[in-house]
Ligand binder design. Structure first.
Ligand code: NAG
Length: 228
């Protein structure tokens, strides 16, 4: 009995440890899931500072102006004359220095008829997409192994949520142009467009790797790589 009891005790301690580790990991992922909270009213970015920090160095608060919190141009439509037929205009900390440390940004997305905002994800932000004009087919895919596609057709005024790090896309399925506004919970959400990252990296990922990964002929892989 003692012989059985000892290992079982160890197993239950290990199970407790694993549970604690998982809770810790959960707590960490909650703490670092989005940008850190500010420690002061604002920290307007000082882009010319030589110091490198996580985020951007603050400008002297006495020198801060209204224009540091301002950007004009959301009414201007983006140029969708490109192969995908869509254009994202991002208003992040690079455009509005007052966004530094505040954990928000937004984007305007324009879509030509049948234009696509191709599958991509944001490493640092969840997203709320609001349709201002037109009709959009939207969707995101859950992680492995389910890879479930969650999709919907949105009309003007509809809002859809993309959870952080999940691949998502939009397509204009209406007759005219479409416009959407995206809100993101990072000053610098980042974007990884799947096709560009996989087929357009510098230098190229070896086509032998992509042949196996995508179960495609090498000529097809070389062709796709030539498109990015
Ligand atoms: C839109 O982009 C296309 C392709 O780059 C370019 O030829 C065209 O002049 C642009 N249109 C405007 C209004 O800027």
């Amino acid at each position: 009995m003692r012989f059985l009891g000892a290992p079982l005790g160890i197993f239950s301690k290990m199970a407790t440890c694993i549970l604690l580790l998982e809770l810790l990991a959960l707590a960490c992922s909650v703490a670092f899931a989005s940008d850190h909270s500010p420690l002061q009213d604002f920290c307007v970015a000082e882009p010319n500072s030589p110091a490198l920090v996580n985020g951007l160095v603050c400008k002297d608060p006495k020198l801060v102006q209204a224009d540091d919190f301002f950007f004009s141009g959301l009414q201007l439509s983006g140029n969708t004359s490109n192969p995908v037929g869509s254009k994202v205009t991002l208003f992040d900390v690079a455009k509005i220095s007052g966004l530094n440390t505040l954990g928000v940004s937004m984007a305007r997305v324009d879509y030509a008829p049948w234009g696509v905002n191709p599958p991509h994800y944001h490493p640092r932000a969840s997203q709320m997409l609001t349709v201002l004009e037109g009709t959009l087919e939207v969707g995101f895919v859950t992680s492995n192994p389910e890879n479930r596609l969650i999709t919907k057709v949105l009309q003007k005024g509809d809002v859809f949520v993309y959870p952080v790090n999940l691949i998502h896309f939009e397509r204009n399925v209406g007759y005219g142009n479409a416009v959407a506004i995206a809100a993101l919970n990072s000053q610098n959400p980042g974007v990884i467009t799947i096709a560009n990252a996989v087929f357009g990296s510098t230098p190229d990922i070896s086509s032998d790797i992509l042949v196996k990964a995508f179960q495609l002929d090498k000529n097809v892989i070389n062709y796709i790589q030539s498109q990015f």
